[in-house]
Design a protein around this ligand. Sequence first.
Ligand code: C2O
Ligand code: CU
Length: 472
Amino acid sequence: MWSQGFGGAAGRRVAARADGLHLTAAQGRAPLLGPAKAPVDVWSYNGAVPGPELRVRQGDRLRLTLHNELAEGTTIHWHGVRVPNAMDGVPHLTQAPVEPGQSFVYDFVAQDAGTFWYHPHQRSYEQVGRGLYGPLIVEEPEPIEVDRDLTWVLDDWRLDDDGQIGGGFGSRHDEMMAGRIGNTATINGVLPAPLKVRANERVRLRLINAANARIFGFDFAGHKPVVIAIDGQPVEPHEPDGLVVLGPAMRIDLILDMTGSPGARMAVDDKFYEGLEYRLTDIEYASSPLRDRPLATSVALPPNPIPEPVLDGAQRHEVRFGGGMMGMMGGRRIGGTADGSSSSGMMGGGMMNGSRGGMMGGGMMGWTVNGVSASGHVHDPMLTIPRGRTAVLNLVNDTAWWHPIHLHGHTFRVVSRNGVPTARREWQDTVLMAPQETAEIAFVADNPGDWMFHCHILEHQAAGMMAAIRVD
Ligand code: C2O
Ligand code: CU
C-alpha cells in the first residue's frame, strides 16, 4: 500500500526553552493518515510524532529530562550534536539504559548551529521505527534572510492493511537486504499536504531523514533548490547535481526560491529508487506573488567552530564494511552517488563475488566492520585515536548495498570519494556510501570517549554493522 493523501505538512513548531524541558517516551496514537482515518498506534515523545521541535540558539545550554514510560529501556541520542560522551545516549557504552519508570537528565551546550535530530539508541530499529524521534534546530546568532524557515521530518512507515504499523521489526530479511523499507511516506508525522507558497517567497527547508532505511532523492521540478547545509553543517551554497539525496539520518538545508508563477502547482517527487518513484507532495502557488522578484541576499551560512583536520601526519586507518546478501538488485540505483559525483551505484543483478563477506555455505553471517559483526552491544573499541590528533579513515563499502555511515561525537570532512577529491569537502556526520564506493573522511579527534561508528540503516546496525572508536 502506497498511500497518497492529505493532511498538514506545514512545519509543526514547538518552541523550546533552553532548559526545564521534559521528553516523555511512551506508547500513544498519532494521526499519520490524517484526521479522516483511524489514528495509528505509535511510540512517541510527548504524545506526538515527531516529538517537539526543540529550537535553541547557538551557544545555548540544553537541559532535558527524559522520562521513560515505555515497557522497555531507552535513551536519547542527539544525532550530529558534538556533546560530551556521557550525554551521547548510547546504552551500555555511554550510559545505562533508562529503564521503564526512570528518568535521565541530558545536559549539554549546542556548540554548532544547524539542523539536528534526536532519537533513542536502544533497539533503535524498533523504537525509531515506531515513531520515537524529533528535530533539534540550533539557530545561527544572525540567521540568513528568509520568509519562512520550515522543517520537514521525513519518515517511511510499513503499514499493514488495517493502517497500523506492521510487525516484523528486525526480521532477518530486512536485516540482510535494504533494511525496513516502508510503504507510506510522511512529512512531520502525517501524509503530505501540498506546500502552499507565494511566488518569489524564499523558504529555508530543513530536511531530516528519520526513516529506518529509506534513502530519499528529491526532484523539485521547476525549482532550483540551493543546498546551504549538509548534516546541519554549512556548505558552500550550490545547486545539487541531480536529486537532493538524503540517506537515513542525514539532513539537508535548502534554500527554495519560489520561482513558479502565481496559481502554479508543481511536483516534488522522490526518484531515488529506480522504478519506485512516487510523488511526495506538490508546491501550490497562491494567485498573487509575495514580491516581484526573488530575494538577492546571500544565503551562505557562517561556519561552525569545528577544528580543521591536519592531513599531514594524520593517523590513517582503513575501515571495510562487509556482509549482506550479494548478487541482489536491492541496492540498485542508476546514476550518481550521494554527492552527485561519478556513479558507482550500478550493480549487475548477477554479480557475485565469493571472496567478499556475508555468505558462508549458503548462510548469512550479518554485516561486518573490519571483519567483525557486532552482536548486542559494542564494548571494545575497534581503534583508538590520541586526543587532538587528526584521523583519516578510508571507508570501503565492500557490499552490494548502500550504507549511511555515522560517527558520534565528531563532525568529519568528506575528503574524497572513489579516490577523487570532493569539490566542497563537506562537513558531515553521516556519509552515504553507494555499493562498492570508497570515501575518505577526516576529523580532529578532540572529543574524548568511546564513540559509536555505525550504519544508520537501523536493521544493518542491529545485524552487526557497528563499532566503536576511542578518543583517548
Ligand atoms: Cu542517529 Cu548512532 O545514531
Ligand atoms: Cu548499512
